[in-house]
Design a protein around this ligand. Sequence first.
Ligand SMILES: *[C@@H]1O[C@H](CO)[C@@H](O)[C@H](O)[C@H]1NC(C)=O
Ligand SMILES: *[C@@H]1O[C@H](CO)[C@@H](O)[C@H](O)[C@H]1NC(C)=O
Length: 441
Amino acid sequence: MSYRTYLVAGCFLCIGVARNPNGITTAGSSFRKSRELSCVFETSKIIPLSKEIETIRLNVRLLLSETESKEDQRSHPENLRDNIPSFFVDESSVDILQHANEDINALDCRISTYFTADTQIIWPGSEVRASKLDSWFTCTIKHAAEKYMTTAFLVQTHQESENHNQGQLSQGIAEQSHLSAVFLVHTRSPVVRSALSKDVLLDCTFSIDHQADVTVQWILYQKGGNKKLMFSYNGSSKQVEHMADRAEMLPEEIPKGNASLLLRNVGMRDEGTYSCSVSVSSLTGEQTIQLQIEEKPTVTINVNSLSLVEGEQHKLICDIRNYYPLDVQAQWLRERKGSRKVPDVVKNVLSSSHTQSSNGTYSCSRYFLLTASLKDDGHRYTCRVDHQSLQSPIRRSVIVKVRGGISIIWLLLLLLGLSVCITVVLYYLHKVRSTAKPKPY
Ligand SMILES: *[C@@H]1O[C@H](CO)[C@@H](O)[C@H](O)[C@H]1NC(C)=O
Ligand SMILES: *[C@@H]1O[C@H](CO)[C@@H](O)[C@H](O)[C@H]1NC(C)=O
């Protein structure tokens, strides 16, 4: 196989900018199949005199080589016609694909220079030579839907860069760089959402191209800026040095490449960003995992059915209880039963203030005063609640029946009728009395 394999598709990610000038896309192609990924290369340099740091971004290509001799690969540079710098990652025991095989359009890839501060990173296979250092890069591949995140360390040995001087592009990046992946840290859960009091596994695994003692550290960065050491394992002494309350980790899992942390009975206090860092030699690979507690609200309204007389008033209350976090959207809607029209939003709805229970969840209510009128008869009033913990909004409804009351006109007619009756009765009574009187003679 040759470089042609790499050029089957020139794919690009759509993160704001179209990246690939050759414009060919193969939607739905997996990384395993295409073995090619568009990446953004980031490096920084100090601007002379001003001492400011300038960040440089370039579109580059990450290409995974297949099992074949390196000499073969190098004899076909004619396939790379465009000027996009290419990072060839040679097959090694650290398999990037195993951790990032997905539709390439769903992957975000960033390659950065890993500044070694002019110190030699001691790594098996890399020669120690004072004159020239190896070049180190990190490559982070992130799944758009937060399915995983992988950070790999790539090394270009100084012999590689000397032997392989295929022309320098801008910013001192070679048109082609041959690298090996030697170490990676991966998480399958960059964002974890959990209900209260559950046990959660914060996934963090790593892979190294040789047997090595690793040091593992978990740190929690809380929202207020607090920092808390959750776990630390020292690779040289093979000792767990610290383990926070309710945190668990099996040290025998670490040599297998598993640095995952189990948190028991999670609460609001555990929310934040967890950093899993794995150190080997002088490299430290890190993944961050966000833990967010979510509790679904329970929604009730204060009546099941409502039958009112015209003019009567009734308070309709929608109770939204025990949700987390605080943001919640609640509305009262009015619609005619069986109508296909979009329901009206009830106006003049009031809200109670939020209350927080001892377990940290919130409650509130939304209510309004309904004054029954005949045209409300048969209307359905619905309380619709949406919250980030819900897949779709919760709805609770009540149907209102309104009966006509006694109107003023009827009342007047009734009064009139009554007074006519009374007049008639009085008149007859008077007549009877006058006829019964003895004649005055
Ligand atoms: C890693 O170790 C944890 C326990 O610390 C375990 O629950 C988890 O299943 C392990 N993961 C893998 C991929 O083996
Ligand atoms: C939180 O507390 C409230 C009131 O004390 C209770 O009704 C609710 O079930 C609790 N939620 C959880 C998840 O424990």
